[in-house]
Design a protein around this ligand. Structure first.
Ligand code: UD1
Length: 420
């Protein structure tokens, strides 16, 4: 059982070497759902081997699609879609399963699924998704813990989100590509994963303009074919490994990475004192063999702001730098669950509401920790690489949701890490 396995890390080793960055989880999941819209085969390359992707594949199979994985390639054929219902058990496996709602509405004009599960990093409501589908003509009701959506014919609509939501933007895109007429999404999320989804759908025949900006226009088409598509590199896994390199004052080369999508993570690492260079071949080099200092503040925000998903590993790094950093978490209200665990290692962090004040210390010492969510777990791994002695991390199933073979990747660059 993954619940009983623990990561054991002996800290204090400098990280030096090369890590090939996995495909992006947050891109692969909507792409797997998008394949439902296509009457033809999709070959998805660079699809990370993660429990969340496995969960998405199980949903595809349960819907009647053929879904096969060979290595990092997943082939999906949704021609024989059998049902538009997803069981509670499958929905509970991950929050992103809500993304199947837009895809099923678009393809079948109906869906029945339960409220999703996922990491508990905040209330994570789905009201933006449901309001948008209603605007597009869907009738939505709740029965016995299930959401039932029906639409005779989805119609394009003007949708404006109160705040940019990645999942809601993706869901509306999925519903809109086969809808009648034009959909405009205002205050759309601008994350690179939105562009990846738009690119895939466009290659399948969709008409989408403005992905990556605050306004997206989608003109419905009659039919989508499948295509061959390569999932973009995972910018959060990349950010995490850069933080791991920096916390050990090491040197790391990420291959199969995408520097521009790292956004504000790069200037923050530079401000800390690391050197970072990007190469045209998709490599990113970080050198932290220098005197580092804490950045004064980090405020998470929707892209192009500092990614909330990179906040926990960055906090672990800042906890070991001379100086004080003030973190402001503006995206999710409950994203400091790692703090109590980091303090067990000796970190000095005080949280008040959405603000965390981190006072850097020059020593952490190993302890027994429990991961409570995916990125919080990554923060614990990052901190453990610096901590003297041995750190054990439990509930690693959270970490495996988003990091493909984190143990092997870090061991290959010199970390003393193993699973027991
Ligand atoms: C996605 C990412 C997640 C990342 C997050 C923010 C995936 C699979 N997950 O999550 O890793 O941390 O973006 O970058 O891509 N909100 C509402 N109502 C809604 C929807 C969202 O109030 O119906 C709020 C949320 O509570 C949150 C904010 O909007 O405060 C942004 O959330 P959102 O962008 O939707 O996050 P996810 O798509 O769930």
């Amino acid at each position: 059982m993954s619940e009983q396995r623990r990561l054991i890390i002996r800290g204090g080793r400098r990280i030096e070497g090369e890590i090939a960055v996995q495909g992006a989880k947050n891109s692969a999941l909507p792409l797997l759902a998008a394949a439902v819209l296509c009457r033809g085969e999709t070959e998805l390359y660079n699809c990370p081997k993660l429990s969340d992707c496995d969960a998405a594949c199980r949903i595809l199979s349960a819907l009647g699609c053929s879904c096969k994985r060979e290595g990092s390639v997943v082939c999906i054929d949704a021609s024989a879609l059998r049902t538009s219902e997803i069981s509670e058990k499958l929905m509970r496996e991950m929050r992103s399963s809500i993304i199947f709602m837009g895809a099923l509405l678009g393809r079948a004009g109906q869906c029945r699924l339960s409220f999703p599960g996922g990491c508990e990093i905040g209330s994570r409501p789905i009201d933006f998704h449901l309001d948008a589908f209603r605007k597009m003509g869907a009738k939505i009701r709740e029965e016995h813990g299930y959401i039932v959506c029906t639409a005779q014919k989805l119609k394009g609509a003007k949708i404006s989100f109160p705040v940019p939501s990645v999942g809601a933007t993706e869901n509306v895109m999925l519903a809109a590509v086969l809808a009648e007429g034009t959909t405009e999404i205002h205050n759309a999320a601008r994350e690179p994963e939105i562009c990846d989804l738009a690119e895939y759908l466009t290659r399948c025949g969709a008409k989408i303009k403005g992905a990556g900006t605050g306004t997206i226009h989608i003109e419905g088409v009659k039919r989508l074919s499948g295509c061959r598509y390569t999932v973009m590199p995972d910018r959060i896994a990349a950010a995490t490994y850069l933080c791991c390199g920096a916390i050990t004052r090491g040197e790391i080369l990420l291959t199969q990475a995408d520097l521009p999508s790292l956004g504000l993570v790069v200037p923050v690492l530079e401000q800390i004192g690391c050197s970072i260079y990007g190469f045209g071949n998709g490599s990113v080099y970080l050198n932290a063999r220098k005197t580092l200092k804490a950045p004064s503040q980090i405020r998470t925000a929707p892209y192009p702001g500092f990614p909330t998903d990179a906040q926990p590993p960055m906090m672990a790094l800042c906890a070991t730098l001379p100086g004080t950093t003030m973190f402001a978490e503006t995206v999710f209200e409950n994203r400091y669950r790692h703090v109590s665990e980091l303090t067990r290692l000796g970190a000095k962090i005080k949280v008040e509401g959405r603000v965390a004040v981190v006072e850097g210390v020059n020593r952490l010492s190993g302890a027994e920790l429990e991961a409570g969510d995916l990125r919080g777990g990554a923060a614990m791994v990052t901190a453990a690489l610096f901590a003297e002695g041995t750190t054990g991390i439990g509930h690693i199933c959270y970490i495996n949701r988003g990091y493909e073979n984190i143990e092997g990747c870090l061991r290959s660059v010199g970390a003393d890490i193993r699973t027991v």
